[in-house]
Design a protein around this ligand. Sequence first.
Ligand SMILES: NC(=O)c1ccc[n+]([C@@H]2O[C@H](COP(=O)([O-])OP(=O)(O)OC[C@H]3O[C@@H](n4cnc5c(N)ncnc54)[C@H](O)[C@@H]3O)[C@@H](O)[C@H]2O)c1
Ligand SMILES: O=C(O)C1=N[C@H](C(=O)O)CCC1
Length: 268
Amino acid sequence: MNDQTIRIVLAGPRGKMGSEAVKMVAETKNFELIAAVDSRNNGKQLKDLEGVLPLEVPVYDDLEDCLIANECDVLIDLTTPETGRKHMEIAFRHGVRPVVGTTGFSDQDVTELSQIANEKRLGAVIAPNFAVGAVLMMKFSQMAAKYFQDVEIIEQHHDQKLDAPSGTAVKTAQMITQNRDEKHQGHPDEKETIQGVRGGSIEGIRIHSVRLPGLVAHQEVLFGGEGQTLTIRHDSINRASFMPGVKLAVETVMKLDTLVYGLENIID
Ligand SMILES: NC(=O)c1ccc[n+]([C@@H]2O[C@H](COP(=O)([O-])OP(=O)(O)OC[C@H]3O[C@@H](n4cnc5c(N)ncnc54)[C@H](O)[C@@H]3O)[C@@H](O)[C@H]2O)c1
Ligand SMILES: O=C(O)C1=N[C@H](C(=O)O)CCC1
């Protein structure tokens, strides 16, 4: 597999992540961008689209049509949760392995998509965060949860983000729950005088979502214990930070025959 060309179709090429991923694919030896799927611009080429590397790569507005017309190995999806879910099902039907950075999937989505991957014996990766530093933040948080039962997550993203909480915050909380029993944190008689001010909750872990222009993707995991606190923080200051993870996922998915949820499961 090492020297074999991996033929890629990318959904969402005009997006903030998608346009960066187009560059990464174009610059990577053994990766070939066969086609792109955009909600508009059917029949055009990537070079006709604003803000995208000027490549002679055909654009389709429908993944099914794209995969009927082109033989591909991997779908990279960086769109929206509804589209990402639909795209994964189409990719599986065509024997194409999905690598999905799109966030906002429910637990049920992940379970159902895993079942399809198992039935088809096809590899797939859903990674809420492709930045290696973010993966380490999640792993360190999981480790710390063994010693600190009280934890809150503050995630901060740009104000164009559609989903809240972030996929990273949800994954972090899920990983922490593997090392921590469900716990209602704070005072038992605590009352919110402004609704929502204490954030959302996954098994008692509070998640607070901040959305502001100027931000990219940032998260703090705060642990509290007797006389001490521990803060684990990660910052992505640009979207190039995600690209080594996307590249690794594309290479790895070719060797998988099941769905992997989280980059931590494929990183050494
Ligand atoms: N996993 C990670 O590391 C990571 C990092 C950044 C963003 N994300 C996630 O990736 C997704 C995209 O983020 P973004 O900041 O690039 O968003 P964006 O809004 O800049 O881009 C999304 C793109 O998807 C396109 N799109 C929407 N519906 C489509 C359809 N039906 N067919 C084809 N294209 C369609 C839009 O036209 C847009 O260009 C989000 O879910 C975000 O949370 C994940
Ligand atoms: O920009 C976004 O949107 C991001 N979303 C991911 C999430 O929801 O966790 C990760 C980083 C950027």
